[in-house]
Design a protein around this ligand. Structure first.
Ligand code: PRX
Length: 637
């Protein structure tokens, strides 16, 4: 397979970028021309950021799975599409060729239909990283059902909230999942969620760990039994549903600065075009390369760069069920060695964690197959960047620092491996089609170089968020209202003397813990649900491995015995309400919180104290009770 839109030199990048700005419709029309369409679009782009209303490839008809699967069958049906590495390295791995994957997707698409799933229905997927997860996602896309994958670490309550918001009547799950030395009871978590969600009609359960699970008559069915049924039905085909370019493809929930997570909606054609375009260009994918993205499909990185982007490009993508540190800290390097991985795409938090084990686990493996290393999810500190470059890439592999978001669908700012220059801890330059702009608090553009500001994007790209499910106004106020006619990212950013961008972190109340986005308000709501808690305030603080840790200040009614036990109880409550990823790292009991006279918590002060910067707290004169600050400072843990 060749990629007519692949950029190979810096000059080509400059030309592509210029064209993408001067003639965006011409530019993206050309890129989109190399995909398979049932019917070509009438117009490349219609948009305004006011409502917002953004339509790419209007009138085009297609199905993303015909691009991921069917169109590859003729020329590379026997090529591995997915290499699955199980949690247990001793267990046999599985290789699915494009033909195998097509067969399984078509088969399971028929299972979905048999179980009453129709175009437009929302299907929630809550599974471990097994091939059936990729099959489920693609089978939904095949029949035009809207998938909503929920990361396996979220709690029953989080699942119930998402099911209700998406009004999802169908669920695909596993009995359990393996992660390191743990077995996670996925079906049982789903059962707990369903106590609140009587509208769910069907739960399809994959047999994996074969841990005991309850199976409710009429509602719960086994994946394997359903497959047998379609096998005996005769016609094994399932023609892809013809989708409009702007039909929704999936919903993915992500945290914002306020309230409950929002369902980011991506649509079929633009998402397909942009994830494939960015995949091929950022990683400089060459046919035959083995691509290993270590994310979970439960996050956007897994959607775009394990599943859709690589498969549309006809790549071989590695799906890893386990964790980087089990059975030992050499697991990633073992996988690289075993499958001769060429592109490794991972997160700074994983790198920092592996750095702490020293070079022993690295040295015992042959990493010479590696060509490109990638980082995503949070700012990468220079130490981690150099460690990756020197010890994993041996100075021969370009490191791409890719900045993007759930809402952007694909990589927005990044060097292109070996094509455009890199700079440690800088995402560097925007991809063609991406027009970043820095603004000050009032929305005024900050021009020139060597400047910092809030990062916005001034022109749409094909995989931009279209809406937040069921609440378009929320999409408008969250992303398009802060600054007129701009998409606001929520990130702070600096532009250096060469025009390279460095993302400095969120400027809103969103934390980034081990690369996972968590809203402070969400954690506070969960803490406040704990009996005895009167009020709480949550901030982030620098954490050596996680990037950011969660620091909670809690006003507690009556200390019920041991303070440490109470801390654990509160953490457990958060795990129940959100999931273990949101457990506070530190909990400090306080008698009051620093509030302004209008009752607003001054987080700036709490953040500084959590960061250990107790000397220079700035102006505290507007506080209702400045005395409370002294108490909090003295009680810092
Ligand atoms: O703050 C930025 C940070 O992660 C946020 C997006 O999180 P999420 O939607 O979960 O998507 C993560 C994977 C795409 C951003 O607003 N972020 C992501 N990549 C980088 C980053 N910060 C700095 N450098 C990056 N490369």
């Amino acid at each position: 397979m060749s990629y007519p839109f692949q950029i190979k030199t810096k000059e080509q990048y400059d030309r592509a970028y210029k064209k993408s700005v001067e003639d965006p419709e011409g530019f993206w029309g050309e890129v989109a021309g190399s995909f398979y369409w049932r019917k070509r679009w009438d117009k490349v782009l219609d948009w305004n950021f006011k409502d917002p209303d953004i339509k790419w490839f209007r009138g085009g008809k297609m199905n993303i799975t015909e691009n991921c699967l069917d169109r590859h069958l003729g020329t590379m049906g026997n090529k591995p599409a997915i290499i699955w590495e199980s949690n247990d390295p001793e267990e046999h791995h599985r290789i699915l060729t494009y033909r195998d994957l097509h067969h399984k997707v078509v088969q399971f698409a028929n299972v979905l239909k048999n179980n009453g799933v129709k175009k437009g229905d929302r299907v929630c997927i809550y599974m471990g990283m097994v091939p059936e997860l990729a099959v489920s996602v693609l089978a939904c896309a095949r029949i035009g059902a809207v998938h909503s994958v929920i990361f396996g670490g979220f709690s029953a309550q989080s699942i119930a909230d998402r099911l209700q918001d998406a009004q999802a009547e169908f669920i695909i799950t596993c009995d359990g999942a393996y992660r390191g030395n743990k077995e996670i009871p996925l079906k049982s978590v789903i059962d707990d969620a369903l106590v609140q969600c009587r509208f769910v009609k069907k739960v399809i359960v994959v047999t994996l760990t074969r841990m005991p699970v309850s199976m409710i008559k009429g509602r719960d069915v086994w994946w394997e039994d359903e497959i047998k049924k379609v096998e005996t039905m005769g016609n094994p085909d399932c023609p892809a549903e013809e989708m409009d370019a702007e039909d929704p493809l999936f919903i993915l929930y992500t945290s914002g600065s306020t309230g409950k997570p929002k369902g980011v909606v991506h649509t079929c054609a633009g998402y397909m075009v942009y994830t494939t375009y960015s995949f091929v260009n950022v990683f400089q994918y060459t046919p035959g390369d083995i691509h290993f993205c270590t994310a979970d499909i439960g996050w956007i990185t897994g959607h775009s760069y394990i599943a859709y982007g690589p498969l549309c490009a006809g790549a071989t993508t590695v799906l890893f069920e386990g964790v980087p540190t089990w059975p030992d800290a050499g697991r990633f390097w073992d996988i690289v060695d075993k499958y001769k991985v060429n592109v490794l795409y991972t997160a700074p938090t994983a790198i920092r964690s592996l750095m702490s084990y020293g070079l022993g686990p690295v040295q015992s493996h042959d990493l010479s197959s590696l060509k490109v290393l990638g980082s995503v999810g949070e700012p990468i500190n220079e130490e981690a960047w150099h460690w990756l470059n020197e010890n994993i890439g041996k100075g021969n592999c370009p490191v791409v620092d890719t900045w993007w978001q759930t809402e952007t669908g694909g990589i927005m700012i990044s060097n292109l491996a070996g094509v455009t220059p890199s700079k440690p801890s800088f995402a560097t330059l925007p991809l063609p089609g991406i027009q970043p702009i820095l603004v000050d608090e009032t929305g005024k553009e900050i021009e020139g170089n060597n400047v910092s500001g809030n990062l916005c994007i001034k022109f749409p790209w094909p995989s931009i968020i279209r809406t937040t499910y069921g609440d378009h106004e929320r999409c408008r106020t969250n992303y398009f209202a802060a600054y007129p006619n701009l998409y606001f990212t929520g990130d702070g950013c600096m532009r250096d003397e060469n025009g390279f961008y460095r993302i400095t972190g969120r400027v809103d109340d969103v934390l980034n813990v081990s690369g996972h986005r968590i809203g402070t308000a969400e954690v506070e709501n969960a803490i406040n649900m704990h009996a005895g808690v009167i009020e709480s305030a949550v901030v982030g603080y620098p954490h050596d491995i996680k990037g950011q840790g969660i620091y909670a200040y809690v006003i507690y009614g009556s200390t019920h015995g041991d303070e440490n036990l109470t801390r654990q109880d509160i953490a457990q409550t958060v795990a129940r309400i959100i999931g273990a990823i949101a457990k506070p790292d530190k909990i400090q009991f306080v008698t009051g919180l620093p509030k302004t006279r209008s009752g607003k918590i001054m987080r700036r002060i709490l953040r500084k104290i959590a960061e250990g910067e107790t000397e220079n707290l700035g102006d505290t004169s507007t506080l209702l009770d400045p005395g409370v600050v002294e108490e909090i400072k003295n009680g810092k843990i």
